[in-house]
Design a protein around this ligand. Structure first.
Ligand code: CA
Ligand code: CA
Ligand code: CA
Length: 319
């Protein structure tokens, strides 16, 4: 004998992708169709070297205009959004004095090179960097001055880390923890490490469980630490717990190393010995560090890059 019954079937339809639109790099970068590139205007003034480094950390490059079209497109975006009149651009004559080339070694004559009248004048004999003014002209200035700047990423150079749901291929997905990580081999102090992780769209790693602590220990062991030339404190990697940050008791893992914490007021920042046990560390100590990135499952379904349509259908079926 059959009995009628109602069974609820939940159907999750994922992947009904209407239109793929891969024009997404990072939320803080604006895509300009005309130049097929993404831009971010940095409003905090930096010297040339630091501006360059900031763009690299963001996975981009210090902007310079390739041609009139790009100069016009970017300047009009800049005009709409920011009040300042000059930005540093990715052109300098630091290698050979007086010979200007782009940060990717293209002679200035092959890109946008509208100098202001009377420029470049190499005033004081030390103007090796270039600023772009809002009216579209270039002027050589000292590389030590600080200006706002613009980072650029071309659509053609964009690589998408589909496991980590981010444009940074250096992050590796761990199946055990469901998170992504990057081991940094350039030593930094805690505040620098914290900032670098966040500029990369991650955060200074925190071990939330024994499983994650074991994983962090493993990647620390495997990291090619032998070739680092800079001075740094070896033996511990910086982690994101801190007297003002994530409380250890809330993190799910709090196995201290032998006799730790032992630094009191002198060691207010978090680290992990290479053996996986925690250690308080001086916030000024330079050490290696690990950034962590959450893979947002929901975000992956509603991937901003693909405008995926997701439909949850609840159907009652009479059998
Ligand atoms: Ca000048
Ligand atoms: Ca974690
Ligand atoms: Ca300590």
């Amino acid at each position: 004998m059959f009995r009628s019954s109602y069974i609820l079937i939940f159907v999750l339809l994922v992947g009904a992708i209407a239109q793929r639109d891969k024009k997404f790099f990072r939320k803080d970068f604006k895509y300009i169709e005309e130049t097929q590139s993404f831009y971010k205007i940095h409003t905090i003034a930096k010297n040339f070297e630091d501006a360059n480094e900031m763009c690299e950390i963001e996975g981009a490059q210090l902007f310079y205009p390739n041609d009139d079209t790009e100069a016009n497109a970017v300047i009009s975006y800049w005009n709409l959004t920011q009040p300042f009149d000059v930005v540093f651009i990715g052109i300098s004559s630091q290698i050979v004095n007086g010979v200007f080339e782009t940060i990717d070694n293209i002679p200035i004559s092959d890109v946008y090179n509208k100098w202001e009248s009377g420029e470049p004048n190499n005033a004081g004999g030390e103007e090796n960097c270039v600023q772009l003014k809002k009216n579209g002209v270039l002027n050589d200035v000292s590389c030590d001055y600080k200006y706002a700047f613009i980072c650029k990423k071309t659509l053609a150079s964009l690589q998408w880390n589909k496991y980590c749901h981010m444009p940074n291929m250096d992050y590796e997905y761990s199946e055990r923890t469901g998170k992504c990580y990057k081991f940094h081999l350039k030593p930094a102090n805690w505040a620098e490490a914290y900032a670098k992780c966040s500029w990369e769209q991650g955060y200074l790693a925190v071990a939330d469980s024994q499983t994650e602590a074991d994983y962090l220990k493993e990647i620390t062991e495997k990291a090619p630490k032998d070739n680092i030339k800079e001075d740094y404190l070896s033996g511990a990697v910086l982690l994101g717990f801190h007297n003002r940050g994530v409380k250890l008791e809330d993190s799910g893992y709090s196995t201290w190393g032998n006799a730790q914490p032992d630094g009191g007021a002198k060691e207010k920042c978090g680290s992990m010995f290479y053996n996986g046990q925690l250690n308080d560390i001086n916030c000024d100590s330079k050490a290696l560090f690990i950034c962590e990135h959450d893979v947002d499952i929901l975000g992956s379904l509603f991937d901003e890059r693909f405008a995926a349509l997701e439909t949850t259908t609840e159907t009652a079926v009479n059998v």
